[in-house]
Design a protein around this ligand. Sequence first.
Ligand code: ADP
Ligand code: NA
Length: 340
Amino acid sequence: PANIRVLSGIQPTGTFHLGNYLGALRTWKQLVEYVNPANSPEPITRSRLLFSIVDMHSITVRQDPDMLRASVLESAAAMIACGVDPSRSVLFQQSAVSGHAELAWILSCSTPLGWLRQMHQFKSKSEAQKEGTSLGLLSYPVLMAADVLLYRSTHVPVGEDQLQHLELTRDIANHFHSLTTQQSVFQIPTIVYSEATRVMSLRDAAVKMSKSDPLEASRILLTDSVDVIDQKIRKAKTDSIPGISADPARAEVMNLLTMYAALSNESIASVAKQFADSGHAAFKRSLAEVIQATVVPIGNEISRLKKDEEYLRQVMELGAEEARTIAHQTLLDAKRAVGL
Ligand code: ADP
Ligand code: NA
């Protein structure tokens, strides 16, 4: 993997959950292993992998300032606890690198407004906001484009939810080039669509497990204790059909099977076969154990790291410095292209 640069981001808006782990953090750990293997004789190039805690995205929705600040630290702790090794990747806080905001402004001056109005997420979120929609909610995808383009990222892994925004990122970069005489300010990133595991809410299998769900019983937090995990899984919604089967019509059971299979590295079909004759309660007890085996050690590591605030700040400051260095040339080129 020479000459590659991958950027990924996560919002620090609350404690990470099992969906974040299976859909993002676990994949990031694998990416670190793949790009900068722990026991490789080759020198490590940290700058191939950038992991950003995108706090500027979080403020498109109003946040409690103290909670957001605490969340940034906890996010760093959780990322490290999940295996995103800061000695083999660049872990940083978005707002610590002013280039994101600068480039976002430059790009916002060349991006047609109509493109942003068409984004699914803007349409659904602006409809949901009663007190008026902010400019930031509309221009959020331009900030995201800046995040990616600032580092001349070659590959950006995305799930279904961000696919449209990444396509827009490519359009924004190409459009910028078409308006100037400079054709190589940005690297046009390859979108790596990941079929990462998608985990649904424990209380409603029609919606995804999410930090923003007010019902905490809907998700397994990476910091949940053994007892809390037992309780949440015991109360997880199922149906009244006896036994366990991998039937797409049984959304709740499918969701539990998906978690089990992902955590035990088995196929859904094989897990379903093992539990075909089990009652729901017995299956849930086994599932809780499988979840605990992964989540509890991560949770312990998160709480250990959270106590070492100095270390976390040091990691993020080092990451921000490295990110600024990488961003510097792109920003110069973008400014030059428009006359700044
Ligand atoms: P949330 O919706 O919980 O606030 P984010 O939107 O910040 O999560 O997403 C952070 C990362 O976690 C993204 O890569 C996203 O694809 C992944 N992710 C979030 N929720 C889930 C889920 N329920 N299942 C799988 N992956 C998820
Ligand atoms: Na979200």
